[in-house]
Design a protein around this ligand. Sequence first.
Ligand code: ADP
Ligand code: MG
Length: 310
Amino acid sequence: MPSEFEIIRRYFARPARSASLGIGDDAALLRPCAGAELAVSTDMLVEGRHFRAGADARKLGHKALAVNLSDLAAMGATPRWATLALSLPDADEAWISAFADGLFALAERFATELIGGDTVRGPRSVCICILGEVPEGRALRRDGARAGDDIWVSGELGGAALALARPGTDEADRRLDQPEPRVALGQQLLGHASAAIDVSDGFAQDLSHILERSGCGALVHYDRLPKCGVFARIAQPELERACVLAGGDDYELVFTAPQNERAALEALSVELSLPLSRVGAIRAGASALSIIDAGGREVPVPPGFDHFPS
Ligand code: ADP
Ligand code: MG
C-alpha cells in the first residue's frame, strides 16, 4: 500500500507551470495577471449523496472538476488553478489512478493546474477549490438582470435528472456523469450578459436566485426551454417537467441580456456550436417566476434541490 506521500507524488504532483510554486511546500504561490480579479469557488462531492458507492472513478474525477469549472463559467472567469482535498477509505491505486486520469484530462482541456490539496483517510469525498481570473469589475454576477432583458439557456435541460430517475439511456447518463462546463460561453458572455448562473439545483430554482439578487420577476415559456432529446421519445410530460424545471446537475448556463444583444448571442451560438435558447423575459417588480405553457396556462414550479429541506 502506498503512503499518503507516495499517493500525492505518484498521482497528483505535476509541474504547475503557471504558479510560482505548486505542490510540495506548505502553500502554493500564485501570481494573478495585472488587472484581473480572482474568482474563487469550492464544491464538495460526498459518496452516498452526490455519487453512488462504486461510482466509476474516472467519471468522478471528471465530474468533481467539471462542477467547479462550471461555477467559474457562470462568472465569466477563466480557470487557472485548483486544489484537491481528497478523503479516501483506502489507498486503492487502481481507483486513485483512474480518478486522477479523469480529473487531469479535463484540467488539461481547460488549462487548469492542480497546485495543492490534502489527502486523508475517511469516507470517500472529493472537495475541489478552483481559482480563476476575470477582468476587474466585469464578472457575470447574479444581481445584474434588469426589466426587459431576455432570459437565455445554453444546451439542454433535464438530462441529468432523467438519468437519475431512469438510468440506462446513454444520452441522459452522459449528462449526469460527464457534464461539460460551459467555460468558453461564460468567457464570451462578458460584455453581453447582464447576469448569469449555472444550473446545478434546477432551472427554476437557479433562475430564482438571479431574480432575488436582481430584485425583479420573470416570465418563461415552457415550450421554449431546450430539453434533453430523450424526453421527446418517452412522452412522459410530468416526468419531463420535473426534470427540466427542477432537475439539478445539468451545468448549463442561464443568463440574462438586453434585447439589443440578440444578434450577437445568435452569432456566438453558431461560433461555439452550442444552442442558445431565448426562453423568456425579466419583468419589473416582485422576484416572482412565472412559467406558462403554449396555451398561456401557468405551469406549476416544482421545488429545486435543497440539502436541508424544512
Ligand atoms: P501539509 O502537511 O502542509 O498540509 P501535506 O503533507 O498535506 O502538507 O501535503 C503536501 C503537499 O502535497 C502540499 O503541497 C499539498 O498542497 C499537496 N497535496 C496533498 N494532497 C494533495 C492532493 N490530493 N492533490 C494535490 N496536492 C496535494
Ligand atoms: Mg495536509
